[in-house]
Write a protein that binds this ligand. Structure first.
Ligand SMILES: [Fe+2]
Ligand SMILES: [Fe+2]
Length: 139
């Protein structure tokens, strides 16, 4: 079965999925002005996708025989919409880096299902990254 190292990586992934679920949902609440009005529903939609990622990874980790963490990584909401988007772009870049590492590690351990799960999640994270980059354009 999965190594302790891989399980630890999955728990860090859960912590950061919970972090961004809260981060984007609170930005959705707090985004101000006409641009904030436009950004708000997008932030909400992505927040919900991140919570589903947390659930999927937690289910997998539980199957692999470890307890999923309940503690999110540090939430960084920001103030202006520009600052919010910069924090979000950085968060997605971190996810892309981490999930590539998890895919590589799962591959090494012949854990095909974990690899596939993170390949699918990585597709979403690259879309989020692209969405946030586009939203920040011209700010
Ligand atoms: Fe995610
Ligand atoms: Fe994401």
């Amino acid at each position: 079965m999965a190594s302790d190292e891989l399980k630890e990586m999955l728990n860090r992934a859960i912590a950061r999925e919970m972090q961004v679920a809260i981060q984007y949902m609170w930005q959705h609440i707090e985004a101000q002005g006409i641009l904030g009005e436009a950004a708000s529903p997008i932030l909400r939609q992505i927040a919900l996708q991140e919570m589903l990622h947390a659930e999927q990874i937690a289910e997998r980790l539980s199957y692999l025989g470890a307890r999923p963490t309940t503690k999110p990584a540090e939430v960084k909401v920001g103030s202006s919409l520009k600052e919010m988007l910069e924090l979000d772009i950085a968060a997605e870049e971190e996810a892309i880096r981490m999930y590539r590492e998890i895919i590589k590690k799962a591959e090494e351990e012949f854990d095909v299902v974990t690899r596939k799960l993170f390949e699918n999640i990585l597709i979403d994270e690259e879309k989020h990254h692209d969405t946030f980059l586009r939203m920040r354009e011209g700010m």
